[in-house]
Design a protein around this ligand. Structure first.
Ligand code: UGA
Length: 437
């Protein structure tokens, strides 16, 4: 009989994992402590914007393979394999990750585990967490050592969550026994021929931290080059293109601009540094402090460049901000560089109007002090400068003439190096971009 799966925590990762595992043919029970979220999921409504996920969710609700609950007792009775998908956000006022949601899941689930099962952590955690949770599970579960733990980090990207889950580039399994490996190989068998790296708990935890640290470093590397380009009148976009042809370097994650945000890269590099410090290996990761600093400097540089373009002060100026999400194809505004810049300009006296195709509701909740437009053209009406801060396709497709007809002055800063400078200049726009002359 195929395993029955539960997914504990139905946020970004959990909702996607639950729907996709049902899509693969498993019976899946999703659990969350948030009643309202569970109600929405039951009716086929997603709490997040994620292309393609709604269809997968609906299909598997309809065929009965996917259900949702708020009861740990029900989840424990149902599941052979329990995937833990709760968040590990940054602690307030500290760099370290807050793993309390993970502990809460284990403490709520374990007392109901009366038979053999496998608990599989997918959350991003400080190295050492898996072993601690494995011990806790055995201690708290009535079934004792029949309850095993595995660590199986997740590498999905927001905006591509379904594709990344159904077609992962690798699967990493941190296991405590061959039995756990066998179970997880069976669970992931429907994915086909995907490289699987089987390792111990700490290595599997570190793979995830290292992957995000590398990606963040690559982005900050090209943004550091952008700073040097600005100082030397060179063009970082051409520099990046030239680097990309070297296969050892590669062009992915080498787009210069406003830098990284979101619920993962910024907090993960900070948590990684904090954990290394606890382990006495802080020197190994001091470079990540610089990676973080370079990233944050891009936001400050963006504000400075916009202020320069409006004559040295935002007082009395109207600024249009295109983009609120931390990246396109997402409504996630966690640590969004775009909103950070918008809020700073607002603080400095600018009248800021923000537009985003899907993240407006989230943005409004987080920044009620800003003004919001219902389209790019409306946000840009009367603007003294337009800032493109999230590279949504609809912004890339904007017609410079049409946009030019509504603004007060034709000035644009391309914070994502997404527009064709020549096209905009040909329409009499004063075009500026980070890292380019
Ligand atoms: C990231 C990783 O890419 C995933 O592999 C990982 O699973 C996920 O975190 C996670 O830990 O859960 P995500 O946060 O969805 O995924 O976003 P990315 O696509 O990595 O983009 C992060 C930020 O970097 C965005 O703000 C984006 O605009 C920025 N970025 C990306 C750049 O500034 N330049 C680039 O070249 C690429």
């Amino acid at each position: 009989m195929p395993y029955r799966l539960t997914v504990l925590g139905t946020g970004y990762l959990g909702a996607t994992h639950a729907a996709c595992m049902a899509e693969l043919g498993f019976e899946v029970l999703g659990l969350d402590v948030d009643e309202a979220k569970i109600e929405r999921l039951r009716s086929g409504e997603l709490p997040i914007h994620e292309p393609g996920l709604r269809e997968v969710l609906q299909r598997n609700l309809d065929n009965g393979r996917l259900r949702f609950t708020t009861s740990y007792e029900e989840a424990a009775a149902f599941g052979d394999v329990h995937f833990v998908c709760v968040g590990t956000p940054q602690k307030k006022g500290e760099n370290a990750a807050d793993v309390s949601y993970l502990d809460a899941v284990v403490e709520s689930l374990a007392p109901h585990l009366t038979r053999e099962c496998l608990v599989v952590g997918k959350s991003t955690v400080p190295v050492g967490t898996a072993q601690r949770l494995a011990d806790k599970l055995v201690r708290l579960a009535p079934a004792g050592p029949q309850v095993e733990l595995a660590w199986n980090p997740e590498f999905l990207r927001e905006g591509f969550a379904v594709q990344d889950t159904l077609h992962p580039n690798r699967i990493v399994l941190g296991i405590g026994s061959e039995k756990a490996e066998k179970i997880l190989r069976e669970v992931y068998a429907p994915l086909g021929d995907v490289p699987i790296v089987v390792t111990d708990y700490p290595t599997s935890e570190l793979v995830k931290s290292a992957a995000n640290a590398f990606l963040a470093t690559k982005i900050s590397f090209i943004n550091a080059m952008a700073e040097v380009c600005e100082a030397s009148h060179a063009d970082v976009k051409q520099l990046s293109l030239a680097l990309s042809f070297d296969e050892r370097i590669g062009g992915k994650f080498l787009n210069p601009g406003l830098g990284f945000g979101g619920g993962c890269l910024p907090k993960d590099i900070r948590a990684f540094m904090a954990r290394a410090g606890e382990l006495g290996a802080d020197q190994a990761l001091t470079f990540l402090r610089e990676v973080d600093a370079i990233n944050m400097r891009r936001r400050a540089r963006m504000v400075d460049l916009a202020r320069e373009l409006v004559g040295g002060s935002f007082q009395g100026c109207t600024v249009a901000v295109l983009g609120a999400a931390f990246k396109p194809n997402s409504d996630d505004i966690r640590d969004s560089p775009a909103l950070d810049v918008a809020a700073t300009i607002g603080d400095q006296g600018g009248r800021v109007t923000v537009y985003d195709p899907v993240a407006l509701d989230n943005a409004r909740r987080a920044h009620p002090e800003l003004t919001y437009g219902s389209s790019a053209l409306e946000a840009a009406r009367g603007a003294h400068v337009v800032l493109l801060l999230t590279e949504w396709q609809e912004f890339i497709d904007l017609d410079p003439e049409e946009l030019g007809s509504v603004v007060a002055t034709r000035k644009i800063v391309d914070g994502r190096n997404a527009l064709d400078a020549e096209t905009w200049r040909a329409s009499s726009w004063h075009y500026r971009a980070l890292g380019r002359p």
